[in-house]
Ligand binder design. Structure first.
Ligand SMILES: [Zn+2]
Ligand SMILES: [Zn+2]
Length: 246
């Protein structure tokens, strides 16, 4: 299997080169899920946050997520709304999907991974329709970055300009050990806080070992950090509260 993955990586690299070449000689390359580029408006805080669920996501209740976010973000949200489960139509579901190998406990089949732009487009439309300041998607489906399609199996990604983020629980499971639900749940909470943190504080990561804004390469690193902000990040949040008068 590792050999196969190496070949796949090579092919991906050549595909990138080919894409550039095709663009250079003027053949249009069909891009999947280019986002509509609306005029960006600034995020006004406090705001309403909406949460939309994709896939089979009844593993963690909305109420639990809401309580956790209210504890961590305190006065940042007027309200947190459950937007329910979004069902992809079969046409949308298959758009932009990549099929990749992934070594897991039992299966060595190819897995269908979804581009983040697909979620963003739905989120942008919902955010505007429901008049929300910020919106996030939580899914059990595996995702890859539309900004760089070599980055596969992400935990989450935020789109600052469009004030939305997507969090995938797929890689937060430890497929090699028996399931521990409370550990899994904590990871999901941390990644939700991390992405919302980006939407409020910007794209930078924090170097504090315990801070939720630290970048995590793997689930062990997620387990090591806390679900809250370090003093420095908390100060930045307070600065925002002060500047926005809340
Ligand atoms: Zn991050
Ligand atoms: Zn920090």
């Amino acid at each position: 299997m590792p050999k196969l993955q190496r070949y796949e990586q090579k092919i991906r690299k050549y595909k990138e080169k080919l894409k550039t070449l095709i663009t250079r000689i003027g053949i249009s390359y069909p891009k999947e899920f280019e986002l509509i580029d609306e005029v960006s408006e600034n995020l006004i805080l406090p705001c309403h946050l909406g949460i939309l669920f994709f896939g089979d996501f009844d593993i963690i209740s909305f109420e639990k997520i809401k309580n956790h976010l209210n504890q961590i973000f305190d006065s940042f949200f007027f309200g947190i709304r459950n937007l329910g489960a979004y069902n992809f139509s079969s046409e949308i579901f298959s758009k932009g999907v990549k099929k990749e190998y992934k070594e897991m406990k039992k299966s060595s089949n190819k897995i269908r991974i979804h581009p983040t732009n697909k979620f963003y487009q739905i989120l942008i439309d919902e955010r505007i329709k429901k008049n929300l300041g910020m919106i996030i998607a939580i899914t059990n489906l595996p995702i890859y970055s539309s900004k760089n399609d070599n980055i596969l199996f992400l935990y989450g990604e935020a789109h600052l300009k469009h004030r939305c983020a997507v969090i995938s629980s797929f890689e937060l499971k430890d497929y090699n050990t028996p399931e521990n639900h409370s550990v899994f749940e904590k990871r999901v909470f941390k990644e939700i806080c991390h992405e919302i943190g980006h939407l409020i504080l910007g794209p930078d990561h924090c170097h504090d070992n315990l801070c939720v804004m630290r970048f995590s390469n793997n689930i062990n690193e997620i387990d090591k950090k806390s679900s809250g902000f370090c003093d420095k990040c908390e100060m930045k949040l307070n600065e925002i509260r002060k500047n926005s008068n809340f």
